[in-house]
Design a binder for this molecule. Structure first.
Ligand code: ADP
Ligand code: MG
Length: 627
């Protein structure tokens, strides 16, 4: 087959430019990335060979080999791993496969701030172009007879052609730019490997450029988690985290533990300091890597961690599963389930400890992963209490995050409910008119901005015997105020319209709005705003209904809301005063519709008929201004 030239996926071309421009100050990381790929390739072959030993062809000594050619100014990183077919070369090195990464690149503009974003998902193979003007990849898949060469100068296209390679595996030949000769220096290479790749579980070997001199192993070559914690430095832990998690920040927590009971296993787990890009992928899969006796088995062992802990990264290695356990069987393995439950316990214990002892640090964690962890309240009844204990919430109290227990501790005398409001973001929630009456009476309301809140709250219903009630549902349901508190709530009973006028107004509004609303009533819930919509006692919370509707998961249209009017508002007063006069029902028609549309807008919805809304609004303004 003749050489064929192909275009990179658009995001790759963009990434290559950004990488070359922005990562130059840390250029040596390209070596970490290439070694990491070689090590992954060996892991994958080791796993496949469990069921197909022939693939090894007698060579089970996995290693990554570095060699330099000072004359040609090339550095070659080779492995005897799984190798790539022609198609795999094209797919893997011509597109961005990692979930979330392509979208992230698409969103990047190429300026300074992008560096940290790149740092978050790692640049992988493409980092080779930071130091080179050409890269050749020669690869032979372990089960193939032919080898292929992939070549590119990292500028828009690459070429693929048939090649010669005696043995399986991959060689990445980096043609160094003039200024990058340092990467031909054995000592420099040794230092880089020691810094970034010491934890790799297989030997990284440097071949000598001098004929007859023995190759040198540059790294420790034992899996990091098998070493004793006291022999591991903080940097080594961090580098291993970068390697396994493909996230390049400082981990928020590192958990390294070994169990030697009836089931033997070690875990080296990390809680990232940033949100991984794939956190909200629909599969919600946990991505801890499972090893059996140092052999990588799977990073999809769902039995190991529940999806509400999918932000946890790292490795679990056990002595007690058969090496040839198939990925399918993992699903039902009782041993794995036991290990999994111990792992969950250990992670939650760490979270509990930090929540307790280092509340500020815990808030950082919560900002990143609280929304994910809360899924567990809904999904994992066995650990519900434990999860509730470490859950934190914003509230109208405004002073940082609160636990449910602390909220309950602050409840007013006589208050027997936990009031909350659910919506899209806390800022919008804080501006919600439904809170006005609560704020005026100094009753704390929890602000719940995550979609999952709509699920766990109704599922548990109450906490320590206190019922959760949404401030956007049912009658405003305040604590009966004590006598002195009534005084404090100063405008509580000022000049409201007379009851008779109000009930005439309510009746007129009902008549005008017909079945657009479930009911119209006056409320104590509002202070500054004239109107709001609430859900009936037995209807879905309005925010939940909107969410389900957007997701196409409502069988029938949501119930109409109840329009509540604020008798203390100037507008309602004027309307009430006019409600009893002759001809009121004509003038009321526009007003009623405008009130309902306003209530809709406050909730983030559109008026039912925006054009009619605008026309009515203009008419009313014109009438008012011409007086
Ligand atoms: P990542 O390693 O994070 O998946 P990379 O950009 O480093 O991303 O590599 C892209 C893909 O190319 C890898 O997922 C793998 O499928 C393939 N690949 C890269 N290097 C090798 C190698 N030495 N052997 C086999 N496959 C490789
Ligand atoms: Mg990689």
């Amino acid at each position: 087959m003749p050489e064929e030239t192909m275009q990179f996926q658009a995001e790759v071309s963009k990434l290559l430019k950004i990488v070359a421009n922005s990562l130059y100050s840390q250029k040596e990381i390209f070596l970490r990335e290439l070694i990491s790929n070689g090590s992954d390739a060996c892991d994958r072959l080791r796993y496949e060979a469990l069921t197909k030993p022939d693939l090894l062809g007698g060579d089970g000594d996995f290693r990554v080999t570095l060699s330099v050619d000072p004359k040609a100014k090339t550095l070659t990183v080779s492995d005897n791993g799984i190798g790539m077919t022609r198609d795999e070369l094209i797919d893997n090195l011509g597109t961005i496969a990692r979930s979330g990464s392509a979208q992230a690149v698409e969103a990047m503009s190429g300026d300074e701030t992008d560096v940290s974003l790149i740092g978050q998902f790692g640049v992988g193979f493409y980092s080779a172009f930071i130091v080179s003007d050409k890269v050749d990849v020669i690869s032979r898949r372990a089960d193939a007879d032919e080898a292929w060469r992939w070549t590119s100068s990292g500028e828009g296209d690459f070429a693929v052609a048939e090649a010669d390679r005696e043995t399986r595996g991959t060689s990445v030949i980096v043609h160094l730019k003039k200024a990058e000769k340092e990467f031909l220096d054995p000592e420099r290479l040794g230092t880089i490997v020691k810094t970034y790749s010491d934890h790799i579980g297989l030997p990284v070997v440097l071949e000598s450029a001098i004929e007859g001199e023995d190759p040198k192993i540059l790294n420790e070559a034992s899996a990091l988690w098998t070493r004793r914690p006291k022999d591991i430095t903080k940097d080594q832990y961090k580098e291993f985290y970068h390697h396994t998690a493909h996230v390049y920040d400082d981990p928020w927590a590192t958990i390294h533990a070994k169990a030697e009971g009836r089931i033997e296993y070690s875990m080296l787990l990390y809680i990232p300091g940033v949100r991984p890009l794939d956190l909200f992928q629909p599969d919600r899969r946990a991505r801890v890597r499972l090893y059996v006796r140092r052999v990588f088995i799977s990073d999809e062992a769902e039995a190991l961690l529940p999806s509400y802990l999918r932000f946890v990264r790292g490795v679990v290695d056990t002595e007690d599963l058969p090496l040839n356990v198939s990925r399918e069987l993992l699903q039902d393995s009782p041993i794995l389930a036991k290990i999994g439950s111990a792992v969950v316990k250990r992670v939650l214990r760490e979270l509990e400890k930090r929540a307790d002892k280092k509340p500020e640090e815990f808030e950082e964690f919560w900002a990143n992963f609280g929304a994910v962890l809360k899924e567990g309240i809904y999904e994992d009844p066995a650990r519900r209490d434990q999860l509730l204990k470490i859950s934190r919430f914003q509230s109208t109290n405004g002073s940082g995050l609160t636990s449910l227990a602390d909220y309950v501790g602050r409840m007013k005398d006589g208050q027997d409910k936990i009031h909350y409001i659910a919506g899209e973001d806390t800022e919008k929630l804080m501006a919600s008119p439904h809170l006005e009456g609560f704020m005026a009476r100094d009753i704390e309301v929890l602000l719940l901005p995550d979609a999952i809140d709509e699920f766990w709250v109704p599922t548990i219903g109450e906490f320590e015997g206190k019922k959760f009630v949404s401030v956007t549902q049912g009658e405003a349901d305040f604590v009966p105020l004590g006598e002195d508190e009534k005084d404090a709530d100063k405008d509580a009973d000022d000049d409201k319209p007379a009851e008779g006028e109000l009930s005439t107004l309510v009746a007129l509004l009902k008549q005008q709005l017909g079945d657009q609303v479930k009911d119209v009533r006056t409320t104590d819930r509002l202070r500054e705003s004239p109107v709001c919509l609430v859900a009936g006692d037995s209807d879905l919370d309005r925010h939940l209904a909107r969410m389900l509707k957007q997701a196409g998961q409502l069988e029938k249209p949501p119930a109409n809301g109840i329009l509540e009017i604020n008798p203390r508002h100037a507008l309602i007063k004027v309307l009430a005063a006019g409600a009893g006069k002759p001809g009121a029902s004509e003038t009321m028609s526009d007003a009623a519709q405008l009130l309902l549309d306003q209530a809709r807008i406050i909730e983030g919805e559109l008026p039912k008929d925006p054009a009619a809304f605008s026309r009515r609004m203009a008419d009313v303004m014109a009438a008012a201004l011409s007086k």
